[in-house]
Structure formats: C-alpha cells, structure tokens
Design a protein around this ligand. Structure first.
Ligand code: ADP
Length: 454
C-alpha cells in the first residue's frame, strides 16, 4: 500500500453497478478513498471536481467510451500525468492499441485479479512524476494514430446515434402498423357483417317478391291468351305496346329474382347437381335459343363455329352449364351495339375444351376484368351502352358472371376474359373463355360450388 499519509483518492468510472460495488469494497479495504461515476460524462465531471490520484475506467460505458474519457482527461492540463487504468472485458490487440493511443496508462482485463489490481494501483501511485504507459503491443502491427482513433470514435458515436434514431423510428412504425392493422381488422369485420346483412336482406326480398310476381305473371298470361282481350287488342296498337312492355318488365324482374335466388342457393351449397353426358352442340344451341328474337331485331350476326362438330361432349350438369352460357351469350349481345357480331367457337386441347364467346361490343376496362366475376359487380360505365333498340340494355344486377364462375369452377373449369379495354366509340370487344375438362367427372361436389363463393 502507498505510504502517503492522506488516503489516495481513486475515481472509478463503471456503469455496471455490481462490478462497481465489488471493486469499491476491495479498494476501500485496501485503504483508498473511492469515488464512483456510472457514466463517462459523470466521470469527467467528478475528475474535474475532485482531481483524483488515479482513475480506473471501464472501456464499455453507455455514453462515452473509456477511450474518449481518457482522451478528454488528457486534453485537460490537470490530468496529463494522472494514471488512468483501463478495465475491459475485451482483450484484443485493437482495444489495447486504441488504449495506447488514448494515452491510457495500463490495461487490465475482467474478471479482475485483485492482487494484480492492487499491485498496479500501488505501482502508479508510487511513481507519477512521468506518464508511464505499460500497455504492451505487438510491434509488427500498425496501430492507429490519435486522430484516426478520435475520428473512429466520433464515427462510432454518430452511428450509435443514427441507430438509436432508427430504433425509435422503427418502434414508432411498428406501433403505427399494429394499430392500423387492428383498425383494418375491425373495419373488415364490420364490413363483413354489413355485407352479410345486405346479402340476407336481398335474398329475403327476392323470396318475398317471387310469390306475388308468379301470381302476376299467371294473370298476365291469362290476359294475353283470353279471347276477349285478343278481341280488344285487334287494331289497338297502344294496348299491344302496353301489354308487351308489361310482359317484358315481368320477365326482367323474374330474371333478376331468379339470379338472386340462384346465387344464394349456390352460396349455401343447396343446388342439386345432376351429372349427365352433355353434347357441346346441344348445350350451346339451347343457350342461344332464348336470344334468337333479339339477335334478329338488333341485327346481330351470331356465328357459331362449333355447331358442326357433333362429337364434342363432356360430363356436367346440363341446366347449370346452360345457365352459365345463357349469361355469357346474353352479355355478349347486351354489351354489343346493334349491327355487331358475336362469335362462339370451341376448341379441344388435349383434355381441355376451350369455348370462346367473342363480341364486338364496348369492351371491358383492364381494371374491371377480374372484378366483374364478383357478386354484384357492375362496371360503372355500362350505362353508357344504350344504343340497343330492344330490351337488351347495359347494366344489370352484376350477378350473371358470378353465377357463371361458380358453375364453371364447380365443373373444375376456369373462366376468364380478354379485352383491350372499354371504349364505347371504337368497340374493342371482349372474349370470354370457358375451359372445361373433357374427361368424365364422376362426381361434382357441392363443396366446390360452395368454395367458389366463400
Ligand atoms: P350484369 O347483370 O351487370 O350484366 P354480369 O355479372 O353479367 O352482370 O356482368 C358484370 C359486368 O361485367 C357488367 O356490368 C359489365 O360491366 C361487364 N360485362 C360482362 N360481360 C360483358 C361483355 N361481353 N362486354 C362488356 N362488358 C361486359
């Protein structure tokens, strides 16, 4: 121990409280006066205020590193010769080299050997006329000079600040994201609930309206065939027009209601499916039939290249497939101005039958081409198409293609559309493709229909 009469003062800068407490106990038991600082800045302040006889500094401090503390103390004239002993858990050449450059007097590694610490302190307290540096370095290595170390430390500090800022920003971003997701989840749930209410409501209304509509249509057909009315209509063009408009309106209403009911039954998996061999020619001919009058009235040229091939057949539900093709052919006619063309063609490609329904109509915007197969989706601008002179006007309920998709997918098929875009002047047209597997399908499960809706 030192033979000075007053107790030597040691400043110990260490952020780890338990290490600090242990060293304090040891050094006090050796008869030193000990001051402890827990950060680099506090350490520098304590050194300036108390001018200790020796400084022990941990190199890994939370604010300034031990190197920086040493360099700043050395820069202050009072500490040019004060022994500064570094204590570090790192025992690398780089650390020792940096300690040398920072003019740290000696270097001890953790865990601390008590005897070695005591000897070192005694050695430095006994001889502090000159600054003695006893850090041994590998002579062959090039160590940094003081400026480089200072620069490096400065850069490290900058990076640490930037990192901290990033960490805070990241945390904020994650928090924002989590809260947006939570909001979106609850909004989604609310939207789903509202959607369900809307679906239930529409279906209930459809069922409620269907019964009185059937009664009305019954009376209407009685009126149409009644000899008294027939006599009344003779030569009365007005009455003829009223009645045919009434009939047209009834049919339109029934189509909408039937579509709604069909979609609700498909969605609930309640549709009975009867698998039979289906001749493509029969299927398409029966799907075209409802439009024969309209085609003629509107001067639409319908070309049907598959008509001649009687051999193509598949296995499927004739009524459901017919319903799907009625919708597709009906749309092709509906969205094509008078005097246009509709081509139906079929092509076999290995086990796939590809049926194309092409029109020379208004076309479909690329942004709408996926969405038109969703329930209740109608492209905004369909009402633009009003050149038709007949009942075939643009704009419906937006259920037809959803029904087609469900039916085709239930047959393990695929439906998609190609169109250069919507243009009511240039009429780019659309091609709807239906691909169906030709091989016999043993069973058409209701689940697959259900799946394509949910
Ligand atoms: P809608 O009853 O409205 O016709 P669909 O489900 O059959 O319902 O069609 C959905 C939308 O797809 C239509 O509103 C229309 O915008 C567009 N569409 C369908 N077929 C065609 C077609 N052949 N040409 C242009 N647009 C079409």
């Amino acid at each position: 121990m030192s033979d000075q009469t007053t107790k030597p003062t040691i400043l110990y800068i260490e952020d780890d409280q338990s290490s600090a407490a242990l060293i304090e106990r040891i050094l006090v038991s050796f008869g030193y006066d000990l001051m402890i600082a827990y950060t680099g800045l506090d350490g520098i302040r304590a050194a300036i205020d108390n001018t200790p006889d020796l400084v022990l500094v941990d190199l890994d401090l939370p604010d300034l590193t031990g190197f920086e503390v040493a360099m700043r103390l050395r820069e202050l004239g009072d500490f040019r010769k004060t022994p500064i002993i570094a204590i570090s858990s790192q025992d690398t050449d780089e650390y020792r080299g940096m300690a040398r450059v920072a003019e740290i007097s000696s270097y001890l590694t953790k865990p601390i050997n008590v005897q070695q610490l005591y000897d070192k302190i005694e050695q430095y307290l006994g001889d502090n006329d000159d600054l003695l540096i006893d850090i041994e370095l590998d002579q062959d290595k090039n160590y940094f000079d003081r400026e480089t170390v200072q620069h490096l430390l400065y850069k490290i500090r900058e990076l640490e600040f930037a990192n901290e800022e990033l960490r805070v920003n990241n945390r904020d971003l994650v928090e924002q994201l989590v809260s947006s997701l939570r909001d979106a989840e609850s909004t989604n749930e609310e939207l789903r609930r509202l959607d369900q209410i809307k679906d239930d409501f529409i279906q209930r209304v459809a069922h409620e309206v269907r019964t009185p509509l059937t009664v009305l249509m019954g009376y209407f057909s009685v009126i149409e065939i009644s000899p008294e009315i027939k006599a009344l209509r003779q030569g009365q063009q007005d009455i003829d027009l009223y009645l045919s408009s009434l009939g047209e309106g009834f049919n339109r209403m029934r189509k909408v209601i039937d579509e709604i009911i069909m979609i609700s039954r498909l969605a609930a998996g309640k549709v009975e499916i009867t698998m039979v061999p289906v001749l493509l020619n029969d299927l398409l001919t029966s799907a075209v039939r409802p439009f024969e009058e309209a085609i003629e009235q509107r001067d639409i040229a319908l070309e049907y290249t598959a008509r001649m091939d009687h051999s193509i057949s598949l296995v499927g539900d004739l009524d459901l497939l017919r319903l799907a093709f009625i919708n597709l052919i009906g749309n092709a006619i509906k969205y094509t101005p008078d005097g246009g063309h509709v081509y139906i063609s079929a092509q076999r490609d290995k086990n796939i039958l590809r049926i194309a329904i092409q029109d020379t109509g208004i076309g479909i915007d690329p942004n709408d081409q996926h969405r038109i197969f969703d329930r209740f989706y109608s492209a905004d601008s369909v009402m633009l198409h009003s050149t038709s002179k007949t009942a075939f006007r643009g704009g419906g309920l937006g259920l037809g293609l959803a029904i087609c998709k469900a039916v085709i997918e239930a047959h393990r098929g695929h439906i998609y559309v190609e169109s250069a875009g919507l243009n009511t002047e240039e009429l780019p047209g659309s091609i709807f493709y239906v691909e169906l597997p030709i091989e016999a399908q043993e069973e058409l499960d209701k689940a697959s229909i259900y799946e394509s809706f949910n």
